[in-house]
Write a protein that binds this ligand. Structure first.
Ligand code: ADP
Ligand code: MG
Length: 372
């Protein structure tokens, strides 16, 4: 392992669209993205994950079997990228695997926990590489939300010496990181990213997502429904805060829309504005000058969402968005790179969490090592 310099990052987010896989090397606060690969998640596995995500429905057998199957899929994703780049296990320092979240319960009235599956032992055995996984639970052991974890990575590679930058990651859930010119850094989940747009689109068009936001663009936004959706109690809460499918899901959305007679495409249009408005308001609430806003995550490909987001930002005197591609990292791979970096932090025995973001009582080294 002495000459190994490459880290692999594996990310399968709330959207369950695919397993994002990257190979990365790091040098002094910057990184080199050697290559990337998208591994698909079979429909049966996706359906099983969704079953496991339903609060109240607890099936230990399905949990254990899906944990095993995802371990295999994560290994396949890593091996495919290693083959693509002609890398062997000897070249890899470690694979940082986020795992698939099936339940996230931030600390509150009940004890906090966050459960990611995708057996890291399986990944280690099948790839011959060391694997770092279970990143969130240590932060939660110190009273943190366990999420979001990407802001520490954003602080490592995206800050500007004289400008305040906001990084918006629009995955299934959306989160923001504020990088002050002074070095200050904080952030939190803003609420839904693509999640509601996806579930509504799946229900009414049978497609996994609204390609480029075209379906939503045919609809007309309902102000009444928009106001109703904004009453979700997540937005009244102050950070540190985090959220997931438990708070924003199809059942909740259907409950909200039941009071209104609105065509499905108009609801999709409303969801695009809702998502944009809640992100823009989170940035505006920070009440400090924001010089630049950069977006990453699959949401950047939903043109209707981005059009709405720019309008919502303009209405709040905030700058228009740019892609993180403008500051050196393809928006599709930022989160997977973050988990490669978090693996590096674990190997170097450096902290991975930011207490100002997660609310943990202290900085701490995140993740466990699984040897091949
Ligand atoms: N071409 C596209 N047009 C519209 N939306 C897209 C497109 N490609 C990806 N997306 C959206 O991005 C989501 C995936 O984003 P991602 O950042 O991987 O989220 P997660 O981290 O939750 O997996 C998809 O579910 C979809 O909503
Ligand atoms: Mg994804």
């Amino acid at each position: 392992m002495k000459n190994a310099v490459t880290f692999i990052g594996l990310m399968s987010g709330t959207s369950m669209d695919s397993i994002d896989t990257v190979a990365v090397t790091f040098s002094n606060k910057s990184l080199d993205l050697l290559g990337s690969y998208t591994h698909s998640i079979p429909a049966k596995v996706k359906a099983d994950i969704l079953t496991l995500c339903a609060p109240g429905l607890d099936n230990v057998q399905l949990l254990a079997e899906t944990d095993h199957r995802l371990g295999e899929l994560f290994a396949e994703a890593s091996l495919a990228l290693m083959a693509q780049l002609s890398l062997s296990s000897k070249d890899i320092v470690a694979i940082g695997s986020h795992g698939q979240t099936i339940r996230h319960q931030p600390p509150g009235h009940k004890p906090g926990f966050s459960l990611q599956i995708g057996n890291p032992n399986q990944i280690a055995a099948l790839t011959g590489c060391s694997v770092i996984a279970d990143f969130r639970r240590k932060d939660m052991a110190y009273g943190g939300q366990g999420a979001p974890l990407v802001p520490a990575f954003h602080r490592e590679i995206f800050p500007h010496p004289s400008k305040t930058r906001v990084i918006v990651n629009i995955g299934g859930i959306s989160n923001i990181t504020i990088l002050e010119a002074s070095g200050g850094c904080y952030g939190f989940d803003t609420g839904p990213g693509n999640i509601l747009l996806d579930v509504w689109c799946q229900k009414h068009t049978n497609k996994n997502y609204d390609h480029e936001g075209r379906w939503g663009a045919t609809g007309k936004c309902s102000d009444a429904l928009l106001s109703q959706l904004k009453t979700h109690n997540f937005f009244a809460r102050k950070g540190p805060k985090s959220t997931g499918r438990e708070d924003f899901n199809l059942e909740w959305l259907e409950e909200q829309t039941r009071l209104f007679e609105i065509a499905p495409a108009d609801i999709q249009a409303t969801l695009a504005l809702y998502t944009a408005e809640t992100i823009a308001q989170s940035i505006a609430d920070l009440a400090q000058p924001t010089d630049e806003i950069f977006v990453c995550g699959g949401g950047i490909l939903n043109l209707e969402l981005i059009r709405n987001l720019n309008e919502s930002l303009l209405n709040r005197m905030l700058p228009a968005i740019q892609s993180t591609g403008n500051i050196g990292l393809d928006p599709n791979w930022v989160e997977a790179c973050a988990f490669a970096w978090l693996a590096k932090q674990r190997i170097d025995m450096q902290p991975g969490n930011l207490p100002a973001v997660t609310g943990a009582s202290q900085q701490t080294v995140l993740g466990c090592i699984y040897l091949p």
